[in-house]
Design a protein around this ligand. Structure first.
Ligand code: PMP
Length: 284
């Protein structure tokens, strides 16, 4: 695989980063994941806007222009012959050497890393036809979940606990309400209405979420942005989650309780089709 490191395209075995990089020592960095369908990048502008915002929240500038980011995405997709899959990008604060809680000087070069993951069949994911099962777990992450940092230890722990319990993912709960999934935004459907938690620092502002809500509103579907509980999810007609790599994924079981008919419902199914259709149209 060819990867990107600070302006160079290299075989993955030759891409080397300093052990003093604050991304490695302190989780001091941010990332984005975009999907590729038909060799094109989905929701590129949205991911770029969130990247700039995440960097700014951590006191960092954006090392590349939007045109340079797009060129790097396209180069990697072409060089690795990705038709369906993902592009991962990460910007960490770098570090000239020595470990220190204080940031290094502002002119310290950041470390920019990118790679692709080929996933043939991403759009046609069989899981979307059966739906997935989730458990709830306490949300023990930090309080700035709107910044897309590389600090993913708790989401990984929660994912492992879900797997150990024989299900697919965990929905995180704080103060009695679902915040989001380990790596996705969460929704329930009741009497035809789509209910999802409103944006705040409590959740990541999903790019898939914002586009999907726009497409759904344009299709005259009803949307309510408010927190919901696990009990409400269990009593819902349908549930689903969204992320750049899962698109719209139906959820058919929450903490052992089967939702509706135990298979993907009409709203989630329609939203998945709508999302794939619309996001393909704006792919670059
Ligand atoms: N919430 C969390 C915690 C996530 O990690 C992700 C995906 N990285 C999302 C939501 C979904 O965001 P997006 O639709 O931009 O992929």
């Amino acid at each position: 695989r060819t990867v990107y490191l600070n302006g160079d395209y290299l075989p993955e075995t030759e891409a080397k980063v300093s052990i003093f990089d604050r991304g490695f020592l302190m989780g001091d960095g941010v990332y984005e994941v975009t999907s590729v369908l038909d060799g094109k990048i989905l929701e590129f502008a949205g991911h770029m806007a969130r990247l700039t915002r995440s960097l700014a929240e951590l006191g960092m500038g954006n090392p590349l222009s939007e045109e340079e980011w797009l060129e790097a995405h396209r180069q990697l997709v072409a060089r690795n012959e990705v038709t369906e899959g993902m592009v991962y990008l990460q910007v960490t604060r770098g570090n000239p050497g020595d470990r220190d809680f204080a940031y290094p000087p502002e002119d310290t070069p950041q470390t920019v890393v990118m790679f692709t993951q080929s996933k043939p069949g991403l759009a046609d994911n069989p899981q979307a036809k059966t739906g997935v099962r989730v458990i709830s777990l306490p949300d023990l992450r930090w309080s700035r979940r709107d910044i897309k940092t590389v600090q993913l230890l708790y989401p990984s722990m929660a994912k492992m606990e879900a797997k150990a319990k024989g299900v697919d993912d965990a929905w995180l709960v704080e103060d009695g309400f679902v915040t989001e999934g380990t790596s996705n935004n969460t929704y329930i459907v009741k009497d035809g209405k789509i209910i999802t938690r409103q944006l705040s620092t409590d959740i990541l502002h999903g790019i898939t979420r914002s586009s999907l809500l726009r497409y759904a509103a344009e299709a005259q579907m009803q949307i309510e942005e408010r927190p919901f509980t696990i009990a409400e999810a269990q009593a819902a007609d349908e549930a689903f989650f969204t992320s750049a790599s899962a698109f719209v994924m139906p959820v058919v079981e929450v903490d052992g309780v089967t939702l509706g008919a135990g298979k993907p419902g009409p709203v989630a199914t329609r939203l998945r089709e709508l999302y794939l259709e619309e996001s393909r149209k704006s792919a670059v």
